[in-house]
Design a protein around this ligand. Structure first.
Ligand code: ADP
Length: 403
């Protein structure tokens, strides 16, 4: 029997997102989410995408990741897509931090697990959850190849000039402090899809990718290789995000500790969870912020303006880094849906060859599309990201063919 199915797992500290894909035609067979693992009110939402079955939801305690994955396996089995099927070729895992070491998707063995574990100090929130997901999946199907696809891998091509902070080199090296970047799977997928939209090979185009979700990052991609990105040691650096501050003077932290009396953990929570759009105006959903602006709310407008100001600064910076830009691509929840953000981010940049066509920008679609006018020297694109498909593609390319 041919094995062409790939299960993609994205394991967070209290959640697991999953998709089952058939790589013979890149179709999606099922997808879902387990939330609030370890609580009384855990919830599993499962959506079959073949056979016309309806979405199913169940609530009630799911104790740990092992129980979560077993529950997922039961749901898939109920659709005739059981994980014990010989058609399952491999499992692909999103792993947030691969450090400098992992430049490519990697078949997981004990040495790979040990390296992901060694990186926990630089990714204390993410890598432990990713490891738990991998170990649980291995226990379920020990015979199957499991592949780690790293959020950082696409950014490992950054030159040292972009990857290093200007701090004492030996201290930085001792503690592995450097700019790693995240959302790499999305930046890789979207930069390639943008080249395709332009009818060119990735090697022939320079693209600025703006991944604007709840987390947000920009990248400068020259000829298919990342040369700079806005997130750094952690996902806190760079753009204004839903709940993260993005760039700030590091001395703000000393000030808050010395003068404000906040602990390091309090500052960490403040900057990662209570800042960005939510800190500025109380909302992190761009739809709600736009609605409030339409009603004349000044704090929502200021939050929007700060968000756009930062975005524009990164467009300008990456324009300078690349020298020549062929396209700017907007992606993720905000980038794909919020026309006012796209319009405002590019407004006033005509001298740089950038413009947005109001009519094209207003069109809603799930397809990659151009929203710049015909005459624009630099194309502006909206390219829906698909991290799961990219993880499945990379997993299948590495581990699927021979199984
Ligand atoms: P995550 O980083 O959690 O993967 P997403 O890429 O799904 O985030 O983006 C989620 C964000 O996208 C929401 O917080 C919201 O701000 C924004 N968003 C989603 N749909 C729309 C929409 N129709 N209009 C404007 N913003 C939207």
């Amino acid at each position: 029997m041919s094995s062409s199915r790939v299960l993609v797992l994205n394991s967070g500290s209290s959640s697991v997102k999953y998709q089952l894909l058939d790589m013979s035609d890149s179709s999606r067979l099922a997808m879902g989410l387990v939330e609030r693992i370890g609580e009384e009110t855990s919830r599993l939402k499962h959506t079959p995408l073949t056979g016309g079955g309806a979405e199913r939801e169940r609530t009630g305690p799911i104790a740990d990741h092992e129980a979560a994955l077993k529950a997922v396996a039961d749901e898939l089995a109920a659709d005739g897509l059981g994980l014990d099927s010989p058609e399952l070729a491999a499992i692909g895992h999103r792993v947030v931090h691969g450090g400098k070491h992992f430049t490519e998707p990697t078949v997981i063995d004990d040495a790979v697990l040990a390296e992901i574990e060694r990186l926990i100090p630089v990714a204390p929130l993410h890598n432990p959850a990713n490891l738990t997901g991998i170990r649980t999946a291995q226990a379920l199907r020990p015979d199957l190849p499991q592949v780690a696809v790293f959020d950082t891998a696409f950014h490992t091509t950054m030159p040292e000039a972009a990857a290093r902070y200007a701090i004492d080199v030996s201290t930085a090296d001792e503690h592995r402090v450097r700019r790693y970047g995240f959302h790499g799977t999305s930046h890789a997928y979207v930069s390639r899809a943008t080249a395709k939209l332009l009818g060119k090979a990735p090697e022939d185009v320079n693209v600025i990718v703006l991944h604007l979700g709840n987390g947000a990052s920009a990248s400068a991609v020259r000829g298919g290789r990342c040369v700079d990105t806005s997130m750094g040691l952690t996902p806190l650096e760079g753009l204004v995000m839903g709940t993260r501050s993005g760039d700030l003077d590091p001395a703000v932290i000393f000030h808050l500790a010395r003068v404000g009396g906040l602990s390091i953990d309090e500052i960490d929570t403040l900057l990662n969870k209570k800042s960005g759009l939510v800190g500025l105006c109380g909302d992190n959903d761009m739809r709600e912020i736009r609605r409030r602006i339409d009603e004349g709310d000044s704090s929502a407008l200021l939050a929007f303006d700060i968000y756009i100001h930062r975005l524009k600064k990164y467009i300008g910076a990456y324009y300078a880094v690349l020298g020549r830009v062929d396209a700017i691509a907007f992606t993720a929840g905000v980038g794909e849906n919020a026309a006012p953000v796209r319009e405002a981010a590019v407004a006033g940049l005509e001298e740089l060859g950038l413009a947005v066509d109001g009519g094209l920008n207003a069109v809603r679609s799930d397809e990659p599309r151009l929203i710049s006018p015909e005459y624009a020297r630099v194309k502006v694109a909206v390219v829906p990201t698909d991290e799961e498909l990219e993880i499945a593609t990379q997993t299948y390319a590495l581990a699927g063919k021979n199984s």
